[in-house]
Design a binder for this molecule. Structure first.
Ligand SMILES: Nc1nc2c(ncn2[C@@H]2O[C@H](COP(=O)(O)OP(=O)(O)OP(=O)(O)O)[C@@H](O)[C@H]2O)c(=O)[nH]1
Ligand SMILES: [Mg+2]
Length: 454
């Protein structure tokens, strides 16, 4: 990708709005603005990082829009190149006219994520920070926003750099021993090296262990409601959601398709999926619904197996239970306000909760149990790193493998060449997270998920 020409793109989403912002980055940004911007104070020289009011003019001097514009001199900018932002009225027609004006003057329309790509190439952000920018833009819950922001801020990067710096120092030492074998290897130092490896392995393990929880907080977890017809699944969905979203009737087989709703349970973003009651049916529509529900079981982070407290358990409940075995599941005894005895529940060893959608009793306890289960008991402190990206998680697992092998080699004192190899590999995987060691394909993959103008 060319990183030296001057690029332009709308930085705000398309659609009508109060204002829209067109962003320009590159060596010609300043002259592009000056050539078409007339400040209301008739100022000719624009000071960096100051917002000016005025008019943006077409080639023939006719106004395109009344705007506010700012020129920001490198390097204190998002891309570290010269940047201009033009705040115009939020009309797509105005934005289009501004883009046309500058494209006809030779500026190039930026690719998705190209501003952030330049920030990465110019060293303002590392790769994990650039990825977090995208996560922040797409954050759908408060927890994902918080995690993404801490990563943009460099919480993960700082850890990775500190691991890498230590490993590089050790590598230099090991390579020196390889180059000067006549100098006796001080046993003392090998002990220190092994201890340092063990320390880093412990610290990286803490980070990799946060992935399950980090992923749930960033992406949300899926919770599936299953049970035979009429046990109160849709009523439970409505109660947890706090609104009458799903149709509830006393007719068994009311829900026929999957119904998915997003909500936050005790700070954990979840997608709650209501399903068609599982039973034998001759109705093709209902059968398709049942098939879809059964397919969803495998994908769910948690299954709520719902039974009706007002009814004796029967074969249909046992059938649904058999479908849930092997999946993470809770037993939910719904309609607890009816309060009949439903029979022996010892067949089911899922954690059990009694709830009533009608009175709301037991719902708070269920919510707490769900969030504790999904976060795996993990309550992150604000300054701890939490992994949210599978890519980072996998790279750290590879890095751990190399370090564990390195510990064995250092303990044996056998082959320094192999030890150096494992160290270099470990550094390679750390570099994949920061972007020090990366491929064109990986960069394409990451930056193509960005929006235009970011
Ligand atoms: N007393 C009482 N009745 C409830 C409760 N929850 C649901 N019901 C009633 O039980 C019946 C079935 O409720 P639904 O929520 O539609 O049950 P469902 O499991 O979604 O049923 P299908 O979609 O047919 O599989 C309705 O008549 C509800 O009013 C509850 O907590 N207490
Ligand atoms: Mg239903």
């Amino acid at each position: 990708m060319n990183t030296t020409d001057t690029i332009i793109a709308p930085a705000t989403a398309s659609g009508d709005g109060g204002i829209a912002i067109v962003r320009i980055s590159g060596a010609d940004a300043r002259s592009a603005l000056s050539a078409h911007f007339k400040t209301s104070s008739n100022r000719l020289e624009l000071e960096s990082h100051r917002l000016y009011h005025g008019y943006l003019l077409d080639f023939d001097g006719t106004p395109i829009d009344e705007v506010m514009a700012v020129y920001m001199a490198a390097p204190h900018t998002y891309t570290r190149d010269d940047v201009v932002e033009i705040h115009c009225h939020g009309s797509q027609q105005v934005v289009k006219s501004i883009l046309n004006l500058y494209q006809s003057q030779g500026l190039r329309l930026a690719d998705p994520g190209e501003f952030t790509y330049r920030a990465y190439v110019n060293g303002r952000l590392d790769l994990s920070q650039a990825e977090a920018v995208s996560s922040l833009i797409h954050a759908k819950s408060d927890s994902s926003r918080r995690l993404a922001l801490s990563q943009v801020d460099g919480l993960l990067s700082r850890q990775i750099y500190s691991f890498a710096a230590t490993l590089k120092r050790l590598l230099v030492l090991v390579e020196a021993w390889i180059d000067f074998p006549e100098e006796d290897l001080p046993a003392e130092d090998l002990v220190t090296i092994t201890a340092t490896f063990a320390q880093i392995v412990a610290e990286i393990s803490v980070i990799t262990n946060s992935y399950g929880c980090g992923r749930v907080l960033a992406e949300g977890a899926s919770i599936l409601l299953v049970g035979q017809p009429n046990v109160g699944k849709s009523s439970l969905l409505n109660a947890l959601l706090g609104e009458d979203r799903a149709i509830v009737t006393s007719v068994p087989g009311t829900t026929r398709d999957l119904l998915e709703e997003g909500l936050t349970i005790e700070g954990v973003p979840v997608r709650l999926v209501d399903t068609a009651g599982l039973r034998e049916s001759s109705d093709v529509v209902e059968l398709e619904g049942i098939k879809r529900a059964e397919k969803k079981l495998a994908e769910a982070d948690l299954v709520l197996f719902v039974v009706d407290s007002g009814q004796e358990l029967n074969d249909r409940d046992f059938y649904v239970h058999s479908q849930c075995i092997g999946h993470p599941a809770f037993l939910v005894m719904a309609k607890s306000d009816i309060g009949k005895s439903i029979g022996d529940l010892s067949f089911c060893d899922f954690p059990a909760y009694r709830v009533s959608a009608k009175t709301g009793s037991g719902l708070d306890e269920l919510r707490r149990a769900i969030s504790t289960f999904l976060l795996d008991g993990y309550r992150p402190a604000s300054e701890t790193v939490m992994l949210t990206e599978r890519r980072h998680y996998e790279a750290l697992l590879f890095c751990l493998d190399n370090l564990k092998r390195a510990i064995t080699l250092a303990n044996d004192g056998s082959s320094l060449e192999l030890l150096a190899f494992e160290l270099r590999e470990a550094l390679y995987y750390l570099g994949q997270i920061s972007g020090e060691t990366t491929t064109e394909a990986l960069l394409d993959d990451i930056f193509s998920n960005f929006c235009i103008g970011k």
